[in-house]
Design a protein around this ligand. Structure first.
Ligand SMILES: NC(=O)c1ccc[n+]([C@@H]2O[C@H](COP(=O)([O-])OP(=O)(O)OC[C@H]3O[C@@H](n4cnc5c(N)ncnc54)[C@H](O)[C@@H]3O)[C@@H](O)[C@H]2O)c1
Ligand SMILES: O=c1ccn([C@@H]2O[C@H](COP(=O)(O)OP(=O)(O)O[C@H]3O[C@H](CO)[C@@H](O)[C@H](O)[C@H]3O)[C@@H](O)[C@H]2O)c(=O)[nH]1
Length: 430
């Protein structure tokens, strides 16, 4: 099938590379020329395991990139993978999706064969039918169901595992309101799902939109609940990880997403939970539990800093922040818990030195005046304390490096550092 994808960020690029790998002919469209150049050169514009290999294999053959929307006319299906950021009140800003849809519709006006537009972006229930659909009708001059159609296909990939998650998903959700749109979506995913036991959920547009929010809200709330339990564990000298291992054996609870610590960040959980709370508010429902999940999440970095305060007054002291990315395996710092931690340390007058294997450049843009080290060892040298914010594997191997600290104190927000003699070790929930 000939597919075009608007937006070549984390989702769009992964989708482009994976659909090409599944045998489709893919055109990636982005307004950022440097991204288009990199894609055409077979290079990954983002740090994502396995992505560079797929792009190198398919660029120039099954995958091409362009800044021109005209390319959509040579395709049968267009995915919209544009950002849906938060407004100040937490609600989603759909203006980029709407602008992209307008450009798409104008380009499709001259196309005579049928075209399916699939919303991949995370959008609140009603967006595809009530915003994307009408814009397409207006700009193409066609009627939905007659030459142009819409569908909704939420994405569940995790950053750092994007390619594997796409090629081996827990489920594929296809939202459509008519048989033709559904048949096109099925056809598109057939190379992925045929002969496998991957569940394919066929549902309506609003349901598909809501499934995405429900998925993220559930996972974020699960972590916040474990963080709440972990905070109580810490007060009673109980190891929250032992508790989590045991409760995770109950199949109704499940063992995943029970790692307590400094909380959830990233480009999705904070934005999507806020959007769902705002959407509920708009509908007249007070999403109390989701608000509490956000409250617990906001508290975890403060608890980490309070534990540090118990050990050392960091004013004018060098403090190492180990890990800057919102989680390991990515250079993404959006809503990273490192941000409130660094802010709290700067408020206390600390000389912060940050280290991350891949996310330093991005954090430097956010905090240009903070010092950044090239290795964990360099960050720890002469530091009066260290805090761990991201569970990069390499932090588990740190050992002698702690001997070079002015005072070997570690407050671990991710249970990754090994306890050792001579090290004052404080876990956030254990
Ligand atoms: N990042 C994730 O892990 C993830 C996972 C599932 C769903 N989502 C959702 O997918 C959507 C996209 O997220 P992302 O993280 O890939 O975004 P992103 O910010 O990484 O990428 C968006 C891309 O769109 C391009 N762009 C902006 N305006 C454009 C326009 N008018 N025309 C063409 N290109 C344009 C930008 O240059 C950028 O390359 C969001 O709704 C997000 O919530 C993200
Ligand atoms: O037990 C856990 C698991 C995760 N986290 C934190 O939660 C955040 C999110 O982690 P993860 O879900 O692995 O990363 P994302 O790439 O943000 O993926 C989430 O958000 C995506 C965008 O919507 C969805 O597609 C994915 O299904 C969903 O897992 C990170 O800060 C993690 O450190 C914890 O604190 N404890």
């Amino acid at each position: 099938m000939n597919v075009s994808i608007i937006g070549s960020g984390y989702v769009g690029t992964t989708l482009a590379a994976c659909l090409a790998d599944l045998g489709h002919t893919v055109t990636a469209i982005d307004i950022d020329e440097s991204i288009v150049e990199r894609l055409n050169a077979g290079e990954a514009p983002i740090h994502e395991p396995g992505l560079a290999d797929l792009l190198a294999e398919h660029a120039g053959t099954r995958l091409t990139a362009t800044t021109s929307y005209d390319a959509v006319r040579d395709t049968d299906v267009t995915f919209i993978a544009l950002p849906t950021p938060s407004r100040d009140d937490g609600s989603i800003d759909t203006s980029l999706v709407e602008k992209g849809t307008e450009s798409l519709g104008e380009a499709l006006r001259e196309k005579s064969s049928p075209h399916l537009v699939v919303v991949k972006s995370t959008v609140v229930p009603g967006t595809t039918a009530e915003r994307v659909g009408p814009i397409l009708e207006e700009t193409t001059g066609k009627t939905l169901g007659d030459g142009i159609d819409v569908a909704m296909n939420p994405e569940f990939l995790r950053e750092g595992h994007a390619v594997l998650d796409f090629l081996d998903p827990d489920k594929v959700v296809l939202g459509a309101e008519n048989d033709e749109a559904l048949a096109t979506l099925r056809e598109l995913y057939r190379p992925l799902t045929d002969g496998t036991d991957i569940p394919v959920v066929e549902t309506g547009l609003r349901e598909a939109e809501m499934i995405k929010y429900a998925n993220n809200a559930f996972l974020a709330t699960k972590i916040s609940l474990m963080n709440e339990l972990g905070n109580i564990c810490k007060e009673y000298g109980v190891d929250a990880y032992e508790v989590a291992d045991a409760i995770g054996l109950d199949e109704r609870i499940g063992s995943q997403f029970l790692a307590s610590g400094v909380g959830w960040g990233g480009s999705c959980f904070p934005k999507d939970v806020a959007a769902l709370i705002a959407a509920a508010d708009t509908a007249g429902y007070d999403a109390e539990l989701l608000k509490a999940a956000v409250g617990v999440n906001d508290r975890q970095p403060k608890r980490l800093l309070a534990l540090l305060d118990d050990h050392v007054d960091v004013s004018d002291k060098r403090v190492a922040v180990l890990g800057l990315a919102f989680k390991p395996g990515t250079d993404d710092i959006r809503e990273s818990r490192a941000i409130p931690v660094i802010e709290g340390l700067l408020d206390r007058g600390a000389d912060v030195v940050g280290y991350d294997p891949v996310a330093t450049d991005r954090m430097r843009e956010r905090f240009p005046d903070v010092e950044y080290a090239d290795s964990a060892a360099d960050a720890l040298r002469d530091a009066h304390a260290a805090v761990v914010v991201t569970d990069w594997d390499e932090f588990a191997a740190l050992d002698d490096e702690f001997d070079a600290m002015a005072r070997p104190i570690v407050v671990d927000g991710r249970r990754i550092v090994e306890r050792r003699e001579g090290l004052t070790y404080e876990g956030l929930t254990w």
